[in-house]
Design a protein around this ligand. Structure first.
Ligand code: F6R
Ligand code: MG
Ligand code: MG
Length: 389
């Protein structure tokens, strides 16, 4: 088989097109409608294979094909699948039906139209294990910490130290999603610079990771920020990520290991709260408590000649029970803060806010704080004098 024949694109495209019982879970009929569109495309040979699933209220399309990334055909197909699913959602009166489909018409690329996209073109290795991570009630920057651990932290990934193929390190491509700029930084030499950026996950988001020795693509994340795209809040940026595993890349277990720590992410309730990211099996990929806590699933596939063999539901394992228990405790602890930061996000990051209205209402009741202090002192003096008399 030539290199060209082994060239395969994996596209994961997701959208919230409406859900059952509020923002809780997709309806099986919407998944069926999307699957029908993709099955037809597979029959016609546009895609090689597909897998349709959900995380909470997000409908996820996993596709393989030969069209490369950003293909108008593939994006158009995903758009059709979402449109058909949204029609069903509307018929059933599902909540927020059509929410993430921001445009009426498709114009060549779903980027900027609402859906989230993670795509990578690969030369398929003789055995090609990939993991698709999909999360609900959080943002793309939620993958910063786990990606750093997978590809740059030797306390997580033993292979960085002991596998000669990984020993040179990895290159991180980081997007500034506010300015629309990107930078590539190399690890281990620039780890502190990487951390200086990605520690602000609402702004600096790891988009791709490459193996430094040969530039092999190892991971890609959806980085669309729906709220910025639309100029107003229309939904969450619930992210997806593709990671390749093994044979000179982190092992599956090294890729899953960072998720054993349920780190705090933004996006819980109304996109305006921090909470722990809970790794769950597919059957628990639905948000309940306070519309959460934020959840992530990991589906493992082998890609063979573009066919998707699997999935393996990787967090469906008691080995993650303690993580889930810890996440519950953190959820409880965070919830006790009610409307206070840092449970609630900072004002610049909140998806919903009444702050401008509250400030407008109180406008005439604000006075100079210094004047107030003088007044208080004066009153105190008076009462002191009174006390003397
Ligand atoms: C949506 C989400 C939810 C909603 C919340 C309020 O993905 O995370 O927490 O933000 O349920 O929804 P609305 O404003 O539609 O009543
Ligand atoms: Mg929703
Ligand atoms: Mg969602």
């Amino acid at each position: 088989m030539s290199q060209e024949e082994k060239r395969i694109t994996i596209s994961v495209i997701k959208a919230d097109i409406g859900s059952l019982a509020g923002h809780h879970i997709t309806h099986p009929d919407t998944l069926a409608a999307a699957s029908k569109v993709l099955a037809e495309a597979k029959r016609k040979g546009l895609i090689i294979d597909f897998y349709v699933t959900h995380v909470g209220d997000d409908l996820e399309l996993i596709m393989t094909h030969k069209k490369g990334i950003d293909s108008p055909d593939i994006h158009g197909l995903a758009w059709d699948a979402f449109k058909k699913a949204a029609e069903v959602a509307k018929e059933l009166g599902l909540y927020a039906a059509g929410q993430d489909l921001l445009a009426e018409a498709f114009s060549g690329n779903v980027r900027g139209l609402g859906p989230g996209v993670a795509e990578m073109e690969i030369i398929e290795r003789p055995s090609e294990p990939v993991i698709i991570f999909m999360a609900d009630k959080t943002e793309p920057g939620a993958f910063n910490l786990p990606l750093f651990r997978m590809f740059a932290d030797p306390f997580n990934t033993a292979g960085l130290v002991i596998d000669p193929r990984m020993h040179e390190g990895f290159t991180f491509e980081i997007y500034d999603v506010i300015e629309g700029k990107a930078v590539k930084l190399n690890t281990p030499e620039e780890v502190y610079d990487v951390l200086a950026l990605i520690g602000t996950p609402s702004r600096y988001v790891i988009k791709r990771v490459y193996r430094k020795s040969d530039n092999l693509i190892a991971a890609v994340v959806s980085t669309e920020r729906l709220n910025l795209i639309a100029g107003k809040y229309v939904g969450k940026d619930d992210p997806v990520m593709i990671v390749r595993a093994q044979h000179g890349l982190p092992a599956v277990g090294e890729i899953l290991e960072p998720f054993a720590f349920p780190h705090l992410v933004a996006g819980w309730m109304r996109g305006s709260h921090h909470g722990p990211l809970m790794p769950v099996p597919q059957k628990y990929a639905k948000c309940t408590r306070f519309d959460g806590p934020p959840r992530v699933i990991a589906l493992g596939f082998q890609v063979k000649n573009g066919r998707l063999i699997g999935p393996a539901d990787l967090f469906d394992d008691p080995a993650f029970d303690e993580t889930r228990r810890l996440a519950q405790q953190i959820a409880e602890y965070m919830r006790r803060h009610g409307p206070f930061m840092p449970h609630r996000l900072g004002p610049e990051e909140m998806e919903y806010t009444t702050l401008p209205q509250v400030l407008e209402k109180l406008k005439n009741r604000f006075y100079e704080a210094r004047e107030y202090e003088v007044k208080v002192k004066h009153t105190a003096m008076l009462s002191g004098e009174e006390a003397h008399e």
